[in-house]
Write a protein that binds this ligand. Structure first.
Ligand code: SF4
Ligand code: SF4
Length: 173
């Protein structure tokens, strides 16, 4: 994968993600972060760092969706079919999806038929999936979520269900 643009000043994944090679937990700044970014950028780094590109770097999405700005690191997990993706969005805070920028972007992705799994992991390591946890977060009663759940995502969900059923019967990972 070749990124279309550099990370610039963003270091979101250096805080939000686990780096197994350093025993770095999620939502904790990497020990190698410095004021200008990664202090060991020109040195050998773990594959976790060198192999990772978020969807923002791989896309033409605008600057407002850079993860340190929008609070969501979008990562394509897999293709459900030739035109639709399963996209994970790890949030740096549990309400990042409610901003104007996020709502607009989520709506665009959902309307295009992709399936989003937006997650937030709390201190106890519990992951929440706001799109499917309407009762845990009352704030989810926003129009976009309701609309997505009512119609657009229904079709997408049946595709993702079929995708996983197919994987479990073929033994794929
Ligand atoms: S989250 Fe994306 S843009 Fe930000 S540092 Fe990581 S790969 Fe780069
Ligand atoms: S080693 Fe550098 S690129 Fe890797 S997580 Fe730490 S700061 Fe980020």
């Amino acid at each position: 994968m070749t990124p279309k643009k550099p990370c610039g000043p963003c270091t979101a994944c250096c805080t939000v993600f686990t780096v197994v090679e350093f025993d770095k937990p999620r939502h904790t700044p990497c020990q190698h972060l410095c004021a200008t970014g990664c202090s060991i950028h020109d040195q050998p780094r773990p594959a976790t760092c060198t192999d990772f590109f978020c969807d923002w770097t791989l896309s033409d999405w605008g600057d407002e969706l850079r993860p340190d700005r929008c609070g969501v690191i979008y990562v394509t997990q897999s293709w459900i079919d030739p035109h639709h993706k399963l996209i994970g969005g790890l949030m740096s805070n549990p309400y990042a999806y409610l901003s104007r920028v996020s709502k607009k972007h989520i709506e665009r992705l959902v309307r295009a038929g992709h399936v989003l799994l937006l997650t937030w992991e709390d201190e106890e390591g519990v992951e929440y999936h706001p799109f499917f946890e309407r009762f845990r977060y009352p704030a989810l009663n926003v129009d976009i979520i309701a609309r997505s759940l009512k119609d657009l995502n229904k079709k997408a969900l049946s595709r993702v269900r079929a995708f996983y059923e197919n994987r479990s019967t073929t033994g794929g990972k």
